[in-house]
Design a protein around this ligand. Structure first.
Ligand code: SF4
Ligand code: SF4
Ligand code: FES
Length: 264
């Protein structure tokens, strides 16, 4: 039998000097296949049109509807109410700037970090030639890159990250994964030195505490920890270049220090 759901929702308008952070309770009749997104839309349609919630695709693609659902970051459109208890508590994602109620600005953070890590192919080509043949790429490598390109920039991994909560300049697992994506791409001509400058520091791989929260909450199941581990080992090896004998470094690399397809 479908339940009566109680939703305790964080309310606050940072632009209104009279607004005070508080929790507001709504009740919604559950029905089969109801998602949290539908429950929130129903509240907005029938009870309070001022409730701020972001959404766009309703299909787990745009990343807008991320919020903290009973203490855990997740997507409202991908969460079925039948998988939750009858009492549901919703907060906005922490870390990002609050726009109001459950709405936060993830876009500015992703744009800032994307520029910081220079998240684009650094090619030698001086000009784009639309008449040139397409560059061929090994299928396995293309799939490996595609796997890392599935991120929808929802921000759940950053919101769950203890390091990001302690230091606002931390790039987060998602940025390190994006660097790994370009490191794999043979069209990106950056050297290990270039990558080291971007993530070989406490804002990057050496700030991560490796407690896995990011991967646990990623709604797309992206293997963030693998990428963090690979990039951390790669950067650590780079930092001891000239200290450890070269044959030892080569031996460690052969034992799986780097991506199978990465540039040597
Ligand atoms: S493993 Fe690293 S990046 Fe992931 S949540 Fe923990 S500290 Fe953050
Ligand atoms: S890596 Fe996963 S959790 Fe992080 S922003 Fe991308 S899709 Fe969201
Ligand atoms: S509305 Fe697009 S991911 Fe939920």
């Amino acid at each position: 039998m479908n339940r009566m759901l109680t939703l305790n929702i964080f309310r606050y308008n940072p632009l209104d000097p009279d607004s005070q952070p508080r929790m507001q309770t709504f009740t919604v009749q559950e029905y089969d296949s109801m998602t949290l997104f539908i429950a929130l839309t129903q509240i907005r349609d029938e009870k309070d049109p001022t409730l701020k919630v972001d959404f766009c695709c309703r299909a787990g693609i745009c990343g807008s509807c991320a919020m903290v659902i009973n203490g855990r970051p997740g997507l409202a459109c991908h969460t079925q109410t039948k998988d939750l208890p009858a009492e549901i508590t919703l907060h906005p994602l922490p870390f990002f700037q609050l726009l109001g109620d459950l709405s936060v600005d993830t876009g500015s953070w992703f744009r800032k970090t994307g520029l910081q890590i220079e998240a684009w192919c650094h090619s030698d080509d001086k000009a784009f030639d639309p008449t040139a043949d397409e560059m061929r790429m090994d299928n396995d490598l293309a799939n490996e890159i595609f796997e890392l390109d599935r991120c929808i920039e929802c921000g759940c991994c950053v919101a769950a990250c203890g390091t990001a909560r302690m230091r606002t300049d931390f790039l987060g697992a998602v940025s390190i994964m994006r660097v790994a994506r370009f490191y794999l791409d043979p069209r990106d001509k950056r050297s290990e030195d270039d990558y080291y400058d971007v993530i070989g520091n406490d804002q990057g791989v050496f700030g991560c505490m490796g407690l896995l929260a990011c991967e646990d909450v990623c709604p797309k199941g992206i293997p963030l920890q693998d990428q963090l581990g690979i990039m951390r080992r790669m950067m650590a090896m780079h930092s001891v270049k000239g200290v450890l004998p070269r044959p030892l470094i080569e031996t460690i690399k052969k034992k799986g220090c780097c991506h199978a397809h990465a540039q040597s």
